[in-house]
Design a protein around this ligand. Structure first.
Ligand code: ATP
Ligand code: LTN
Length: 348
C-alpha cells in the first residue's frame, strides 16, 4: 500500500479555542484523519512571541490538547505533540532564518498587524513565520490545513523550501496550503469585518468551544446583524448575516441556499434562536468528552508524551540530512581520506 500523504498543522495555546478555529481548521483535521498521515502540533514557542505568563502558557497547552482530543483528534491515527518538546523545530528555524530576508519577513501581514503602534516590537514576532516554516518542513508535510489568514505564511514556507533546495540540493517537500472554500474565515460576532479571534478583548465577539448553552444563546442573540431583515447570503452588502449563515450551514451541514429558502419571510429573531440551538447541539457531545479529559489530565499527558517521542524520531532523521547538506558539525571519519586519528598517530 502506498504511504499516505503527510499533513501537518499547528495551533497556538494562546486562549480559549473558538468556533472560527474549529470551523476553519480543527474540524477539517478531524474529518481528514483517515486520508492522511497526520501530525498536529501545539505551538507553544509561537505563543511566546507576544507577552505572556509562564504558568498560564503551560496550563493552556494542556487545555488545548484536551480540546483537540475532545474535538476528535484520534491519537491512534494522528500524532499530537507539543512543539517545544521537539528541539529540532528551533534548530531548523535558525537555519531557515539564514535564508529569509528581513524585507520579506517585515512584509508579512501578521507582523505588520501585531507590531502596529508598538514602540518595542519583539524580534520573535518577526521570526514567527520562519518557525512555522520549520514546523512544516521538518516533517515533509505535503499539505497544511489552515484558515485563510495563514495563506501568506505557507507561501513563505514554500519560498524558503525552494531556496534551501536550490542552495543545498533537494531536501524539503514543497507544501501546499489546504484552505477550504467555506469556513476558512469566520468573522467576529460584534464586527463582521474583522475575523473572529482569540485575542479580541471583547469575549462577545466569539463563541468558545467551552461556552455553556446559555452563553452561546446570549452571544448569538447579541450578534450584530445587517440593516434590512432579509436572510440572504451577500458577503459584500450583508457581511453579518452571511457570516451567521456560514456558521449555521457548517454546523448543521445544510447548504446555504437551502437555509435561505427555509428562512424566507422569517425574521432574524427566529433564525438566531435556531442557530444557537444548532451550535449547542454540536458542541454538547464535544463538551462532554472534554469534561472527561479535564478530569484525567494524566491521559492527555501520556498522549502528548507519546506524540513527542514519535515526532522526535521523524525530526531527528530529517535534521541529520539537513545538517549534512548545510555542512554543519564535524566531518564523518569515513569521509576523510586520511582520518584525523591517523594524522595524529603518524606524527608521533
Ligand atoms: P487568534 O484567533 O487569536 O487570531 P490565531 O489566528 O493565532 O488566533 P491559531 O490558534 O494559531 O489562531 O490558529 C489555529 C487555526 O485556526 C489556524 O489554522 C487559523 O488559520 C485558524 N483560524 C483562526 N481564526 C480563524 C477564523 N476566524 N476563521 C477561520 N479559521 C481561523
Ligand atoms: N501561525 C499559525 C500556527 C502555526 C501553524 C504551524 C499552522 C504554527 N506552526 C504550522 C500550520 C502549520 C496560526 O494559525 N496562527
Amino acid at each position: 500500500m502506498a504511504a499516505k500523504p503527510r499533513v501537518l498543522s499547528g495551533i497556538q495555546p494562546t486562549g480559549g479555542i473558538h468556533i472560527g478555529n474549529y470551523l476553519g481548521a480543527i474540524r477539517n483535521w478531524v474529518a481528514q484523519q483517515d486520508q492522511y498521515d497526520n501530525l498536529f502540533c501545539i505551538v507553544d514557542l509561537h505563543a511566546m512571541t507576544l507577552p505572556y505568563d509562564a504558568q498560564t502558557l503551560r496550563a493552556r497547552t494542556l487545555e488545548l490538547a484536551s480540546v483537540l482530543l475532545a474535538a476528535g483528534i484520534d491519537p491512534a491515527r494522528s500524532v499530537l505533540f507539543v512543539q517545544s518538546d521537539v528541539r529540532e523545530h528551533t534548530e531548523l528555524c535558525w537555519i531557515l532564518g539564514t535564508l529569509a530576508t528581513v524585507g520579506e519577513l517585515r512584509r508579512m501581514t501578521q507582523f505588520k498587524e501585531k507590531s502596529k503602534g508598538n514602540e518595542r516590537v519583539g524580534a520573535g514576532i518577526l521570526f514567527y513565520p520562519v518557525l512555522q516554516a520549520a514546523d512544516i518542513l521538518l516533517y515533509d508535510a505535503a499539505y497544511v490545513p489552515v484558515g485563510e489568514d495563514q495563506k501568506q505564511h505557507i507561501e513563505l514556507t514554500r519560498d524558503l523550501a525552494i531556496r534551501f533546495n536550490h542552495t543545498f540540493g533537494e531536501t524539503f517537500v514543497i507544501p501546499e496550503p489546504d484552505i477550504k472554500p467555506t469556513g476558512a474565515r469566520i468573522m467576529s460576532l460584534t464586527n463582521p469585518l474583522k475575523k473572529m479571534s482569540k485575542s479580541d478583548p471583547d469575549p462577545d465577539s466569539r463563541i468558545e468551544l467551552r461556552d455553556p448553552p446559555d452563553v452561546i444563546r446570549r452571544k448569538i442573540r447579541r450578534a450584530v446583524t445587517d440593516s434590512e431583515t432579509v436572510i440572504r447570503y451577500d458577503e459584500e452588502h450583508k457581511p453579518a448575516i452571511s457570516n451567521l449563515l456560514t456558521i449555521y450551514s457548517l454546523f448543521a451541514d445544510i447548504p446555504i441556499p437551502e437555509l435561505e429558502q427555509r428562512y424566507a419571510g422569517k425574521g432574524y429573531g427566529e433564525f438566531k434562536r435556531d442557530l444557537a440551538e444548532v451550535i449547542i447541539e454540536k458542541l454538547t457531545p464535544l463538551q462532554a468528552r472534554l469534561a472527561e479529559y479535564d478530569a484525567h489530565p494524566e491521559r492527555v499527558i501520556a498522549i502528548l508524551t507519546e506524540g513527542a517521542a514519535r515526532a522526535r524520531e521523524l525530526a531527528a532523521a530529517k535534521m541529520a540530512v539537513v545538517r549534512e547538506r548545510c555542512g554543519l558539525g564535524l566531518p564523518r571519519l569515513e569521509s576523510l581520506t586520511i582520518s584525523p586519528l591517523q594524522t595524529a598517530l603518524s606524527s608521533q
